[in-house]
Design a protein around this ligand. Sequence first.
Ligand code: 6CS
Ligand code: FE
Length: 301
Amino acid sequence: MTLTESRVEDSYPTRIVATEGDLLERTDPTVWGSEHDGPIDAATLASHDAKGYSIVEGLLSPAEVQGYWQELVRLSSDEQLKADERVITEKASGEVRSIFEVHKVSELISELARDPRILDRARQILGSDVYIHQSRVNYMPGFKGSGFYWHSDFETWHAEDGMPRPRCVSCSIALTDNYPFNGGLMVMPGSQRTFVQCVGETPEDYYKTSLKEQKIGVPSEDNITRLAAEHGIDQFTGPAGSALFFDSNIMHGSGNNITPYPRSNIFLVFNSVENALVEPFAAGKPRPTFIASREFTPVTR
Ligand code: 6CS
Ligand code: FE
């Protein structure tokens, strides 16, 4: 087998050795399915295609939110789990920041990942069967919750996990009220159509620091400024139970949370089974499977 046969084409080169990264046009659709393929109506699908995100108010009932919130409290107070490598703590306070592969840690959240209100939307947006690429809870505790700098998830998943194309969608479910002032997720609508090359090679075992604070794989301030000028910034706010579906390549970030009000979300990341991971495009070896699953079996109800 020649080298060219074994190498999947890299349409989105990143982690380059250069002084500045270029803005590359995304050569893939944002939405692969049609309004006939699931619960999302034509207008909402068209809006998601344009903006790279869509919101479902009240996806979970107050009673369901209460149940998942109690599950998050149970998980974050499980001392045995705290020693697990899937638990990421806050750099400054040591409080639980995220729990990865949470759909395998919690049966309740595993059921949520198969819930048709979520699964059928992910399938419709991606136009295929899907599997869970990554799941996590972000606690963003009050007073000490630190945010996430501007980034594209796909840039990391392409570079470090070997995700070929941005045929991947995240569903963020608010388990606490998301206000503008308690670290609400900010997105640049329409930015998913631009792939921002990042400068700097991926350090070995980078996930051990990047999940606390990402410094490599983040766009330059000039490129963030260009995208913000072109697309503006929207903020995902809404009552607990709301869900945000967002494209893997949309530029997003969140601020710190110094208010008393936690901003806790469950994230379920669905990748198309047509977009299974290969070798990393810009890292020495793949990240652990609790961050980037390599079980490509479709999620079924
Ligand atoms: O590296 C990752 O996979 C994670 N990092 C961020 C900042 N967002 C996506 C994902 O959870
Ligand atoms: Fe992210």
